[in-house]
Design a protein around this ligand. Structure first.
Ligand code: NOJ
Length: 763
């Protein structure tokens, strides 16, 4: 009897799908036999799925172009089409554009037995076609509203191109500037990182995932990828419980609580277990403790890489370990599609694990509205109207300006007067229309950024002349996402022209830093100096004109102690996206008063790395007579610029710091901030605490609150912070969350070195 019923359900489901591509009907059919809730629909679907079809849902293939990892195992287009038709593919990545998405979706919906729609994923990291500042830059704004808006715009533009899912945000915490992927995240601090992570997830997913303007987000990389040894890409991670719970987990936990739909695991091993096969991370922490209901995708090929890690003897074992550990979808290893069916048939893997993975994947597809209308995101007219919308550019400009960090401004060299000044602009990056787009911009067109030279040309009161000075990259070498960048380390033949221009100018704007493809995945560097001959160029120009404004374009903290000592004005301009040049010019001319603060510590030299503000005190933190204290013989412990640092064209003072314990584990802090300068400005007021003694040692400072405020000249404002258990507690080495009694110090100010302080005691 059951069998007959099953056959009936199968026929009903399939024939409905074949005869009518509008899923309303098939849903209606489902409604007859099952409950209307998504779970019940999934129940009935699971009942009629073959083992192969279940495995198919757990398989993701790259499209037929634009690999964002090693060349796929199944590179062959024909093979992939065949698998698609057989229902052996649940998702595709890197396919984009309504036409392409629709064509593949049509195969899934109309040619497979069950017609389950595909979910299309893409790395929408900082904009889709309209490129916004790199995530590290946006994080420097500390402006959660605009960060959320940036993700929202990116989602709308990507959704209009047929996409349903972004592999973002990257919410790894990291402390090593050598790692190329620092450009992709929220910086070194778990508190700030978690706030930014949640803002980005909200931005991508909105309140209604089924809207054709929102896409599913993906919290990545779970976990501890930001702690790879020596900053070398894909390297090993070995960290203790305290760092894992107190530093790595917080942003992941917050976005799980905020309803992020997917997680991506990581390439790295963590304490001997590759994250992709880590049951503790994926099943214990994520799915059990945090009650995560979405699905986990592997990273590109990371299931197959279990073999290279020395954790699985072959692909079959890798598939077994990954699925048992809770990796629900296989990105480009072909491990699941090749091995899972036999693993289940021979009894090595329980089919229930597949059911759980498929349920999670289908749940997200349902929530995206793909079952209701698989072509929901496929409207060509909408794609045309939405792509590159004016509003996206306006918002990209807004966030670009807010991302800029003013590091030094001696004798008010900035802002530059708008009339009668002879301005020289020097540096290859000043005229570069691609580098400001940064890495992770696969869908964008090369050369679409406004360059610094173009930004300056919009102001016509000054004479503005440009000289390159030197190439950053060896001319005519190929530059792409899959190629190493060949930096010019020898050719200084064009210095002369730049020097004579500098000589006859009043101000020299030098735009130096990294090529856009020098950071990002697989872009670790073993030095963090200005690449190539740029330092030499800077020093030569300085000899003929000291009025230099150094504009840095980079995807990671760089070490530039010489510039800090000599150059009067320094502006950190990251890679600011399409509106880069406009944003920089507006800040340099004073039409926008900079308010950005560093989300990562800038070291003085590579030898200090990893350098981060929330470090431990050690047993010998200060010099006590002789050499036996925690220090370097040839460098101080101080950073070049501390975490949270950034100037404005005005100044702020902090006073009246009041701290009151108002309840059990509840503390109120208030502080008065005054704009003591001459122009209106914004300030990110930051609150740090230090728990003096604890059963597990605590960092010397921890950010526990911040507020972005705007003040007119001479205006004051009192702001309040509330500290609760969440801010006052920590995880011990058993992973238990504790709030311990004792004395705490509070520091409030404009950066992590803030010296206005007070104390409170928890009973
Ligand atoms: C590998 C990267 O680690 C991951 O972040 C990205 O989403 C995938 N490739 C897909 O491009």
């Amino acid at each position: 009897m059951r069998k007959i019923l099953l056959i009936f359900v199968t026929i009903a489901f399939c024939s409905c799908k074949k005869s009518n591509t509008n899923y309303q009907t098939s849903d209606a059919m489902n409604n007859i036999t099952v409950d209307t809730s998504i779970e019940r629909k999934i129940d009935s679907l699971l009942k009629i799925m073959t083992l192969e079809e279940k495995v198919g849902q757990m398989n993701q293939y790259n499209g037929f172009w634009d690999a964002t990892g090693p060349v796929p195992k199944k590179g062959n287009q024909a093979e992939k089409y065949e698998d698609l038709k057989k229902g052996l593919v649940g998702s595709m990545l890197n396919v984009r554009g309504v036409k392409q998405v629709k064509a593949l979706q049509k195969i899934a919906v109309e040619e497979t037995r069950l017609g389950i729609p595909l979910i299309f994923g893409f790395d929408v990291i900082h904009g889709f076609k309209t490129i916004a500042p790199i995530p590290l830059a946006e994080s420097a704004s500390w402006d959660l509203e605009i960060i959320e808006k940036s993700a929202k715009n990116a989602a709308e533009e990507a959704a209009a191109a047929g996409l349903n899912w972004t592999f973002a945000p990257m919410i790894d915490i990291y402390r090593d500037a050598r790692w190329g992927r620092v450009m992709e995240g929220g910086g070194e601090d778990p508190y700030l990182g978690a706030k930014i992570a949640v803002a980005r997830v909200h931005g991508f997913q909105g309140d209604d995932l089924s809207s054709s303007k929102t896409i599913a987000a993906c919290a990545k990389h779970f976990a501890a990828y930001g702690f790879i040894e020596s900053g070398r890409e894909y390297n090993t991670v070995d960290i203790g419980t305290s760092t894992l719970y107190n530093t790595v987990f917080p942003p992941f936990k917050e976005v799980a609580d905020a309803g992020v739909k997917t997680f991506m695991n990581a390439f790295n091993e963590l304490n001997g277990i590759p994250a992709t096969a880590d049951t503790f991370l994926q099943r214990e922490i994520l799915k059990k403790d945090w009650n995560f209901k979405g699905f986990v995708i592997s990273d590109w090929g990371s299931i197959g890489e279990l073999v290279s890690h020395g954790y699985a003897k072959d692909l079959k074992k890798a598939a077994e370990l990954a699925v048992k550990a809770g990796s629900d979808m296989d990105m480009e290893s072909s491990a699941y599609v090749e091995e899972l069916v036999s693993l289940v048939e021979e009894g090595t893997v329980d089919e229930k694990l597949l059911d759980d993975a498929v349920r999670r994947i289908l749940r997200v597809k349902y929530e995206l509205g793909l079952f209701e209308d698989p072509y929901r995101y496929c409207n060509e007219q909408n794609e045309q109207e939405v792509t590159g919308k004016k509003q996206f550019h306006e918002d990209a400009l807004d966030i670009a300006k807010k991302s800029i960090v003013l590091l030094k401004n001696e004798n008010d060299l900035l802002p530059i007067k708008k009339q009668g000044v002879k301005v020289a602009i020097i540096g290859a990056l000043a005229n570069d229309k691609t580098s400001p787009l940064g890495n992770w911009r696969l869908a964008a067109k090369e050369g679409t950024a406004i360059s610094v030279v173009e930004g300056f040309q919009k102001y016509d009161g000054n004479s503005v002349n440009y000289a390159k000075g030197a190439d950053l990259v060896i001319p005519n070498t190929e530059i792409s996402m899959v190629q190493e960048v060949q930096v010019n380390t020898t050719d200084t033949s064009e210095f002369g022209e730049a020097l004579s221009l500098a000589k006859k100018s009043d101000v020299v704007v030098m735009v130096l830093g990294e090529h856009g493809m020098q950071s990002g995945e697989a872009r670790s560097r073993s030095t963090i100096d200005l690449p190539g001959v740029q330092q030499q160029l800077l020093e030569e120009v300085y000899k003929v004109n000291k009025n230099i404004v150094l504009v840095l374009m980079n995807g990671r903290p760089l070490a530039f102690p010489w510039a800090k000592e000599h150059v009067p004005a320094i502006v950190e301009a990251w890679q600011l996206g399409v509106e880069s040049g406009n944003a920089i010019a507006q800040v340099l001319y004073g039409d926008y008063n900079p308010s950005g603060k560093l989300p990562m510590t800038f070291p003085k030299s590579l030898g200090q790395v990893p350098l981060y503000y929330n470090h431990k005190n050690t047993g010998r933190p200060v010099r006590d007579g002789n050499v036996f204290w925690s220090h370097y013989s040839d460098e101080t412990n101080e950073p070049l610029y501390p975490f949270g640092y950034g100037l404005s064209y005005t100044q702020f003072s902090y006073d009246n710091l009041n701290v009151n314990v108002v309840g059990e584990n509840e503390v109120q802090v208030s502080v008065k901030i005054t704009n003591t300068g001459k122009v209106k400005g914004k300030e990110v007021a930051q609150l740090y605490i230090h728990d003096e003694y604890a059963s597990v040692t605590r960092p010397i400072r921890e950010l526990k609150g911040f507020e972005l405020i705007e003040l007119e000249p001479r205006e004051s404002k009192t702001i309040e912070f509330k500290l609760t258990e969440k801010e006052l507690g920590f995880y011990n080495n058993k992973g238990e969350f504790l709030v311990e009694p004792g004395k705490f110090n509070v520091f409030v100010g404009g950066d992590s070195k803030a010296d206005l302080t007070n104390t409170f005691t928890l009973k």
